[in-house]
Write a protein that binds this ligand. Sequence first.
Ligand code: NAD
Length: 638
Amino acid sequence: MSDIHIRVSGKAGHITLNRPDALNALTYDMVHAIDSALRAWAHDPEIALVIIDALGEKAFCAGGDIAQLYETGRAGDFSYGQGFWRDEYRLNARLAGYSKPIVSFLQGFTMGGGVGIGCHASHRIVGESSRIAMPECGIGLVPDVGGSLLLAHAPGRLGEYFGLTTTRMGPGDAILSGFADHFIPQSEWDGLKVALCETGQLASLMSAVKEAPVAEIIEHMAMIETCFCGESLDDICRNLQNDGSDFALKALSAIKRNSPIAMAVAVEMIHRLRSTTDIKRALELEYRFTYRAMEHGDFLEGIRAAIIDKDRTPKWKHTLDKVPAVDVSFMLRPLGKDKLTFEEESTAMKIGFIGLGNMGGPMAANLAAAGHVVTGFDVAGTTADGVQNVSSAVEAANGADVVITMLPNGAILRSVANEVIPAMGKNAVLLDCSTVDVESARAVAEQCAKAGVLSLDAPVSGGIGGASAGTLTFMVGGTDEGYTKALPLFEIMGQKSVHCGASGNGQAAKICNNMILGATMIATCESFALADKLGLDRQKMFDVVSTSSGYSWSMNAYCPAPGVGPESPADNDYKPGFAAELMLKDLRLSQEAAIAVKADTPMGAMAQALYAQFVEDEDGLGKDFSAMLPKFEKSERP
Ligand code: NAD
């Protein structure tokens, strides 16, 4: 193929991108050609290493060839793009995990798809003209091709900075940020390639390495650290505005040009990927976005404005200050059967799921949709999509790699554990996702340890909506071995898991979190009621508190006042998202634990008493836990 020159030169497999007039943009055919060459060379004893380079001075590779993606997407055919990205990402993973050294020579622009080809090589060479960037947010995509992982592991908050502003990195910046390894003057590259081909050894490369130019970004590191450390895109923009320096305002104006949803998702992805070095996890996460990017994101509009009409005035779907968290979650929802897979991935697990209620049902269905073999049991006879029901907990546990329980309380968990542990094989995992007392969690863990079964307590936050969307957060206690085994399942059922330490620590994290939540919700509700009585408009109250020191999740994300802040159960007549009686259950667990370890928790105790009164003596049963606001509206100080 003329767009790419693939040959064996001496002891090297040599791939040269050959579309200099198109800045070597990567076509689907080129992706396939590189992939087949790498497969063939992996087991060829004559090939010691691989060289990837490109013709032309302007670019190694300025990105993927998006014209075809645009045309098919505009015609309503999203499958072409989905197929392209899938195969491109598989190639990126192959490059990153390749069994032989790969040396890439990155002159001029290396952007987007070019990063995927050039920046996962084992030896990435930059020269004087190198300019590396992840410009995807500018066209409505997230940093992809594994670039999200590189950004996540760049020092400090450089990842957020380069990802959101799409700023180009010079050779020093690229080495600092982990996108390149070595600086070698470009005048030496041809000779070096000849030596690599002749010897098949990296010694000539290492001896050619020179000191890299100083990273230009280094003088701005402290400011980037402060401004880009926010939880969300909104925080970052606010920080930049408040900083007010020329550099901060320039960064902000770069951000203002880009797709808000793409940037908000990019921030979330970078945060999530800090806890992994596995490029396949990054690519799988990226694919969740790109799979949806044409239909639900800004991608087609981004390409229209930048490449087709070239008017540079894209009409993005969101404004910068209004990207609802729910839209970010939607773009990163697991893809079920359409999930990006890699050929060498192991096959499905056998999972026994016990407790198919409001939470367990959709969680089990998501696991089945992702290709696992799930058998389920619930005393109430409930079922879930794709799950094969069996007639007892023991039957569900027999031969299972993982048994998951999602049950009402600790006593029921203990009795189910008594039944199933003897039926489980050695090193199978008992994964309890219910919210139960710490003591029960630790007792079950001890029982498992005696039987050679791995155990995890992994309560969740995110409610019924998160269970069906696959966006739960898991707080996990137990061994590293158990956690690693269950991680692929957390990634299907949720958007985040935190390994909190030894058995019981997951439950400890959950009740501590919910004790804070109970107290802050009450504080938020009583403050609104006080504000009412002082004649302060609720919207004004929200505007002040949500950006002042009184802010909290209860105020900012789940505002209990109807019509104020983002949509919440208050806007739906307090129909539960999270029911008051469930909050009461969690507060009781927190106080039982506090008594057991003699912790002084007066606010938690007060929150428990108020929710008990609300649920048991007033009209709180069956209402959302934020319905404390109408309670305080009605009541008067004695
Ligand atoms: P649920 O009552 O809808 O489901 C529990 C299921 O367990 C029921 O279907 C019940 O029939 C089944 N069950 C009871 N005993 C059983 C046994 N011995 N064997 C098999 N099945 C049995 O409750 P849920 O809302 O799904 O909550 C489950 C757990 O998740 C609870 O611990 C809860 O605190 C926690 N949780 C719930 C939410 C939420 O918003 N609902 C949020 C976070 C955590």
